[in-house]
Design a protein. Structure first.
Length: 126
């Protein structure tokens, strides 16, 4: 009996899904498409004109930029103190103990006040 009931439910499911999946397609509106195409063409022409204006302005800027001297190079990174390990880019290397302690995060709330959940921020008991 269970097998018959399961087979019947499966057949109903397949039939219902196939009927609901076959909805008629709406015919496309040709007049609306033509209007949209004309509008898109106008927009493209306007954008093309704007691009040409921008190109002319860029050429002017490039001519003026040739006369400007480049900014001086940035200064070299500061020398490391003895016993401090730095990476190639000049930042402290966190693998070493002295650099870990220097950048230990302080426990603060978003508003900048100390977070009392941590031992170092609690007031000593009297």
């Amino acid at each position: 009996m269970k097998k018959v009931f399961t087979l019947l439910m499966a057949a109903l499911f397949v039939a219902a899904s196939s009927l609901s999946a076959q909805t008629p397609a709406a015919p496309p509106a040709k007049k609306e498409v033509k209007k949209e195409m004309k509008k898109a063409d106008k927009d493209m022409k306007k954008a093309d004109k704007d691009m040409k204006k921008a190109d002319k302005e860029m050429k002017k800027v490039e001519k003026n930029a040739k006369n400007v001297t480049p900014p001086p190079p940035p200064p070299p990174p500061a020398k490391a103190a003895p016993g401090q390990h730095l990476k190639k880019d000049g930042t402290p290397d966190k693998r070493f103990k002295e650099n870990k302690e220097a950048a230990a995060p302080k426990h603060l709330k978003k508003d900048g006040t100390p977070d009392k959940r941590f031992k170092e921020n609690k007031e000593p008991k009297k």
